[in-house]
Design a protein around this ligand. Sequence first.
Ligand SMILES: C[S@@+](CC[C@H](N)C(=O)[O-])C[C@H]1O[C@@H](n2cnc3c(N)ncnc32)[C@H](O)[C@@H]1O
Length: 267
Amino acid sequence: MSTARMPSASTSTGASPAASTSAGAAPAAGAAPAGARPRNDIGQYDDLSDEWWRPGGQFAMLHWIARARAALIPPAGRPGAVLADLGCGGGLLAPHVAGKGYRHVGVDLVSSALRQARDHGVTPLRADVSRLPLADGAADVVSAGEILEHVRDVSTVVAEACRVLRPGGLLVLDTLADTALARFVAVTVGERLPGGAPPGIHDPALFVNRRLLRDLCERHGVRLELRGLRPSVVRMARWLASGRRGSVPMVPTRSTAVLFQGRGVKL
Ligand SMILES: C[S@@+](CC[C@H](N)C(=O)[O-])C[C@H]1O[C@@H](n2cnc3c(N)ncnc32)[C@H](O)[C@@H]1O
């Protein structure tokens, strides 16, 4: 099976290369002050590069969601199986899939994030998820965690995700729905609350239409099943009361109107 090709030298968006990967709360060199960039500006991930693995940091909820995503991924069915992690960020999925037998390939535009992913065992590929440097059918599993709500052309990214998935392979994803409730919970409230997303990280105009997403996947041979996801309220309250120590389990919900997971096998 073919695996990752190295991406071409540079990419089309404004991800600046290399910031710090050291621990601590100081912003990366050249980082913009919080809120200074436009919504969804990818440079924010450079500004926040010290947050990826900081316990109780601004990406804490991404860790909890990554754990819930990994629970959807079975152990590899064959030696050399590839898990393609689209928009891998700092590689938060890595510890949860480490024992499952995959070669974990992470695609992202931000070099400071990719370096941290690499330090956690991920093979880094600097590329745009709308033009994956992977051969058709290269991946046994494609993971698209918290990325679809950040891209301008969701149909191209879904087409790419399905293209690189081999027949019988598994697509797993999680994202935010394009509902008023999601905009209120994830942006109006979530970006103001401790434990919520960093301010300005989302552009609510990019939140994902669930019917469109299922139709797009179906068109590319993947019948997607959706279910809602939310943090355990009791554990979240405990986490906040304890000074943000430990982690909070994500629990399934009937409603997919805010955060939801998708899972489907390619025909
Ligand atoms: C919210 S973070 C999610 C990171 C990771 N999937 C997780 O759940 O921890 C979104 C990530 O997508 C990356 N990203 C955004 N747009 C991208 C694009 N067009 N191509 C590749 N990566 C992109 C960002 O750099 C960032 O690391």
